[in-house]
Design a protein around this ligand. Structure first.
Ligand code: HEC
Length: 107
């Protein structure tokens, strides 16, 4: 009888696919914060505590004035001139957007 093993393998595959989907993390503000400290702090104040450069609007200010969709749009455009060639992966855009949003004190 060959049917049983095939069904079992298929079932196992589906189980594993389900696991992977469940394990796939959503936007992570923590990862976004690390990314911001590494890549954005040269120009932006990236934390509420105020560490970072002052040549660009602070992330706290951006959080209050911009909706998530606007932040995402800004991040998918070529950025300030020294940032040319700098592209964030999709999940990085999600993470850093989640991080910036988390700074909005009104939420
Ligand atoms: C080389 C300096 C520099 C770096 C590094 C930099 N930015 Fe910027 N950013 C700017 C400047 C200057 C502006 C304002 C002018 C503009 O929009 O280009 C800006 C604007 C923005 C805006 C839009 C603000 C608004 O309200 O319109 C967002 C969002 C943003 N930056 C996010 C980031 C993120 C996230 C990173 C790191 C991944 C980053 N920036 C790294 C200089 C920088």
């Amino acid at each position: 009888m060959r049917v049983v093993p095939v069904v079992m393998v298929a079932g196992l595959g589906m189980l594993m696919a389900g696991r992977l989907a469940a394990a796939a993390p959503g936007p992570s503000p923590e990862a976004g914060g690390e990314l911001a400290a590494r890549w954005c702090a040269a120009c932006h104040v990236v934390s509420v505590s105020g560490a970072g450069g002052s040549s660009a609007p602070s992330f706290g200010a951006i959080a209050q004035h911009r909706a998530a969709a606007e932040i995402r749009a800004a991040l998918s455009r070529p950025h300030a001139r020294p940032m040319r060639g700098f592209t964030l992966k999709r999940h990085e855009v999600d993470d850093v957007t989640a991080y910036i949003e988390s700074l909005d004190s009104r939420r």
